[in-house]
Design a protein around this ligand. Structure first.
Ligand code: ADP
Ligand code: MG
Length: 187
């Protein structure tokens, strides 16, 4: 089952969008009587606090390592993974892409395309739940925007701040490989 990589600035609505995708896939799997499971992996599920990003790149490396090993452990033919993190370093998105390749399963990137000013505004509104301003600025300055000319960023689905919903139908069509009908069922 596919790996869906979320990417975006801090407080750009990644977890909000990731949960929308999670619900869509759970509902549709149920409706189509498929037994596939969906896993949402993010800092909250990994038990990583926002303070882990305090300033050193060492802590941030730790959170990337936790994300990568969770994806490696959970991604399978039967389970779909939503990797809900900033995933803002292209080398890291490349690593995630390689995990999907190794499992022989499709992958795509969903980019929360929100301006820095909007992300900052949403971050401020979160109060103590949000990132401190120094951390926020540092993460923003290191962000490498997904580019679908790179195979590890393709197919790319961009969701803008005022989009009411994610194009989940299009994501489904792109990543759920339809199994061919068994030959004896054809007329
Ligand atoms: P991230 O996972 O990228 O840090 P969240 O999904 O947790 O971001 O959202 C950060 C904050 O922005 C939350 O307080 C959320 O309610 C708000 N938010 C998310 N998406 C939108 C939106 N489309 N419009 C307005 N506010 C939003
Ligand atoms: Mg989040």
């Amino acid at each position: 089952m596919p790996l869906i990589v979320i990417s975006g600035l801090p407080s750009s609505g990644k977890t909000t969008r990731a949960k929308e995708i999670l619900n869509y896939f759970n509902d549709r799997f149920n409706r189509e009587r498929r037994t596939n499971r969906v896993h949402l992996i993010n800092d909250e599920s990994l038990g990583i606090s926002k303070d882990s990003y305090q300033d050193t790149r060492v802590d941030e490396k730790h959170s990337r390592g936790a994300m990568l090993s969770a994806v490696e452990r959970l991604l399978s033919k039967d389970d779909l993974i939503i990797a809900d993190g900033m995933n803002y370093i292209k080398g890291f998105r490349y690593q995630l892409y390689c995990v999907a390749r190794a499992v022989g399963t499709p992958h795509c990137v969903v980019y929360c395309g929100v301006s820095i000013d909007t992300a900052r505004e949403w971050n401020t509104k979160r109060g103590a739940e949000g990132y401190g301003s120094t951390v926020f600025n540092e993460l923003v300055s290191r962000f490498e925007e997904p580019d679908d000319r790179n195979r590890w960023d393709s197919p790319l689905f961009t969701v803008l701040s005022d989009d009411t919903s994610v194009s989940c139908d299009a994501i489904w069509d792109a990543v759920i490989v339809r199994l061919p009908k068994p030959p004896n069922q054809s007329t």
